[in-house]
Design a protein around this ligand. Structure first.
Ligand code: HEC
Length: 122
């Protein structure tokens, strides 16, 4: 609906960001969503959220498969993991997938880092 992103952005500011995101501004990347929204719990483990750098916390979750993890991000999980419609900011399907993909990739990276550290000790 906006010919140029900068113009779109100006309109968004004028009419309010929620209107803008519903109107379909560009999808944010997984890392942007993580930093803006998910990190508030997953960075430090608030509300007992699995921390991104805690591979042990992720391992059994990763074993359930990505589909299950996407479902948790769409529908929420337990008492403290919010469903996507509980956020003030509208999250598109793509943004949910990308945020989960980003988190999974990071968690896996921490796994190989630990393996590297472990193997370098031998
Ligand atoms: C208010 C805190 C909070 C926020 C914000 C939050 N999470 Fe979570 N998340 C949790 C908690 C707590 C759990 C563990 C829930 C459980 O196992 O009962 C969790 C678990 C998860 C899991 C694992 C699900 C599973 O099936 O094991 C994924 C994936 C996840 N969150 C993704 C996200 C994404 C993506 C975002 C941002 C869009 C996000 N979370 C934002 C608290 C949060």
């Amino acid at each position: 609906m906006c010919s140029r992103y900068s113009i779109c952005y100006a309109v968004c500011i004028a009419v309010g960001l929620s209107v803008c995101t519903v109107a379909g501004a560009r999808d944010r990347s997984g890392v942007e969503i993580y930093n803006d929204i998910c990190s508030s719990c997953h960075e430090n483990g608030d509300f007992a959220a699995p921390k991104l750098n805690d591979f042990a916390a992720w391992k059994p979750r990763l074993a359930t498969g990505k589909r299950a993890l996407y479902q948790s991000a769409f529908k929420g999980l337990g008492d403290n993991m919010p469903a996507r419609n509980e956020y003030e900011s509208h999250l598109s399907d793509r943004e949910i997938y990308d945020a989960v993909n980003f988190m999974v990739k990071k968690a896996e990276q921490y796994s190989s880092d630990t393996d590297l550290v472990a193997s370098s000790r031998h």
